[in-house]
Design a protein around this ligand. Structure first.
Ligand SMILES: Nc1nc2c(c(=O)[nH]1)N[C@H]1C(S)=C(S)[C@@H](COP(=O)(O)OP(=O)(O)OC[C@H]3O[C@@H](n4cnc5c(N)ncnc54)[C@H](O)[C@@H]3O)O[C@H]1N2
Ligand code: MOO
Length: 436
């Protein structure tokens, strides 16, 4: 009878794997267009090549002024500014404001020189010489200057003063030229992509994605687009694992469902070894007579078993092998087991390959367990939980279901962990939860 050997704790397994060449930070880079850069990892730091904005801009629709000229304005005693021009959106202006003048500007438009604030259009009225009843005008220098102009001079009536810099975005206020914008190793998000667009970077240097080959084994498996018959079951793992691998930054190659046949499986593995950095086989990692994974992997001359079996539930029959520089895994066929092993072991490896900090602290939280849970000392146990806040504390509510099911995991918000040395936990006890 076959049995497991080289059994490791999850921690030992992770450390062993992180020493492997493949999990060392990836140094190969490529340039990708900004539109397809989300989720990719920056291979170089990005310095701002210029100031953003590149000129002083208005943040409102209104009139550019010198703030000091407007201080005395009020609803009771408005001030009148001759309108000396307009700056259209996207137009470069050469205007310079003289004291007491106003220039119409749209939100985002360039400000004339000497303008240091903008009065919102709501606090103004546009008038012409004709509209102004000269007799009633307050005796103010600004108006006098305006009146000296020829033709239908327009005036801006201002009923509220503005402070210097009010409604103005200064050159470089958003981003300063030469500033470090994004560090090497940063995972690009929608907002960091916006920042790159702002400084005109349209091709981004990123690390190449590690390639993960995926092979599902099992005579019983049927892909979702085919009809089920007799005792056949749907292939779930190929899809959850492909999605998890993509989330972790890998490029996935799917090698299909392979029947429990030594030669066919070996042939597929050989094919995958040609181009993959990681290979993940689901099913057939246990000790059943048809569980061929280990036998197939062992038949490659360079093959080396790192471990077979983890002190972990679910995920006990996990297998890790190296063939040359390629890391190969046999993950259990049970859908929840496969997903848990991938998240806890393979995702951190892909993160390491991509220079991402593995298991970021915010992936874990502590919560109080909602009921007594039994476990066996000597293995780490993981079970799906929902999370709830009660009076400022997190509580973990177990979602029960065997590891052959998929729905309980889909309902869960976390995986609660009972430590290796513990024999169960009591209601209310604090427990580590890995957020899903
Ligand atoms: N005598 C023992 N039997 C089992 C042990 C053991 O220690 N001694 N371990 C059990 C545990 S725990 C697990 S987990 C499974 C692991 O089995 P395998 O990895 O060898 O996987 P299979 O036997 O091929 O399949 C198990 C189960 O999962 C279903 N499956 C397989 N692939 C997929 C897929 N891609 N999508 C959906 N479902 C899949 C398969 O139909 C089986 O029902 O072994 C226990 N047995
Ligand atoms: O260890 Mo198995 O992976 O429980 O279901």
């Amino acid at each position: 009878m076959k049995s497991f050997f080289r059994v490791k704790t999850v921690e030992e397994a992770r450390e062993l794997l992180l020493q492997h060449e493949m999990t060392k930070p990836q140094r190969e880079m490529e340039k990708v267009p900004l539109l397809s850069a989300v989720g990719r990892i920056l291979a170089n730091p990005v310095l701002a090549p210029l100031d953003v904005p590149t000129f002083d801009r208005s943040t409102v629709d209104g009139y550019a002024v010198r703030a000091v000229d407007t201080f005395a304005a009020s609803e009771e005693v408005p001030l009148y500014f001759p309108l000396v021009g307009e700056v259209l959106m996207g137009e470069e202006t050469n205007l310079t404001l003289a004291p007491g003048q106003a220039v119409a500007v749209a939100t985002g438009a360039m400000l004339p020189r000497e303008a240091d604030a903008v009065v919102m259009v709501e606090y103004t009225e546009l008038l012409t010489e004709k509209d102004l009843a000269f007799d009633n005008l307050p005796d103010n220098q600004v108006v006098q200057e305006g009146l000296q102009l020829k033709g239908l001079q327009k005036y801006v009536e201002i009923t509220r003063g503005v402070a210097p810099s009010e409604n103005r975005l200064r050159r470089g206020e958003d981003i300063q030229g030469d500033q470090l914008l994004l560090p090497q190793g940063h995972r690009l998000t929608s907002t960091s992509i916006g920042v790159l667009a702002a400084v005109g970077i349209h091709e981004v240097p990123v690390y190449k994605k590690p390639v993960l080959g995926l092979i599902a084994t099992g005579d019983e498996l049927v892909s979702p687009e085919k009809a089920l018959s007799g005792a056949s079951v749907r292939d779930i793992n190929s899809y959850t694992i492909a999605a998890l691998a993509q989330e972790a930054g890998a490029e996935v190659r799917f090698y299909g469902i392979i029947a429990d046949d030594f030669n066919k499986l070996r042939q597929k593995v050989a094919e995958a070894l040609e181009i993959c950095d990681y290979i993940c086989l689901s099913g057939g990692s246990s000790v059943g007579t048809r569980d061929l994974t280990e036998e197939v992997l062992a038949s490659f001359p360079e093959s080396k078993v790192l471990f077979h079996g983890l002190h972990m539930k679910p995920g006990k029959p996990t297998l890790a092998v190296t063939i040359g520089s390629v890391l190969l895994f046999g993950v259990p066929g049970q859908p929840t087991s496969a997903a848990v092993v991938f998240r806890l072991l393979l995702s951190p490896l892909l993160n390491a390959t991509l220079s991402l900090q593995a298991n970021k602290p915010f992936q874990w939280l502590t919560a109080r367990i909602d009921r007594n849970m039994a476990s066996t000392s000597g293995r780490e146990e993981y079970f799906p939980v929902r999370l709830e806040q009660r009076e400022g504390e997190w509580w973990a509510i177990p979602v029960f279901g065997k590891s052959g099911l998929i729905r309980p995991l889909a309902e869960a918000e976390g995986l609660a962990r009972i430590a290796l040395v513990k024999e169960g936990v009591q209601t209310g006890e604090w427990i580590d939860v890995f957020r899903l």
